[in-house]
Design a protein around this ligand. Sequence first.
Ligand SMILES: [Zn+2]
Length: 247
Amino acid sequence: MLGHDHALSGALAFAVVAPLLPVSGTQLAVAAALTAGAGILPDLDEPGSTIARTFGFLTGGFAWIVHQLSGGHRKGTHSLLGVALMTAVALWAGSWQRSATAQHPQLWWHMVPAGLILALLFSAGFRALYIGGHHGDLFGIAVAALVIWQGWDLVEVTSWHVPVLAVCVALGMLAHLAGDMLTHDGCPLLYPVSRYDFGLLPEPVRITTNKLAERWVISPLLLAALAYFVWRDAGGPILITASPAWP
Ligand SMILES: [Zn+2]
């Protein structure tokens, strides 16, 4: 699947579950953008991918390391274990960020891991969705700084004290896996236990990346579904209430 469809599917996944979470307005938009970035996170195992090129040689080199550690492209980062590990990293980064409070300003550097994750996900997501053009990465860094400053990524979504950052990472990655499972390649969900590639569709109707079915069916469907759920999350139909001109 193409990067922009993976990013759209991530944003869509968040928009679908948003009513279950205590986010609205700006926070909801920010979390959906974050999940769009997480939607292309699994392809950090491929040095040529959209997310690997986000910050030039820095992310390119990191992607090369991920490629080596995860067993290659479409291996570890496209498995349930990979999703669990990345979600755990996001959870850890969130709890570290939380420890840097106004009472402990000397711990400011505890915000660095969460800041790096946010900058990568926002910048990669904007890049995949062609938001901000050549300045998408700078825009992503600016949004990441704002979110860290406001602590929006730490909004807790359940009584288990899970920060929304971790929810976005898990949702976006799962949406990515679902997307790749519509293609002929499938995903090795049980890697490294098994290398079997799971798919969501029978082989004859699976799609090929960037061919007609993706461009003319999958992409428009994702956009339409995202538009619908964003509209629903924004409160549905806008009722124009007539107010009397003369009291
Ligand atoms: Zn992939």
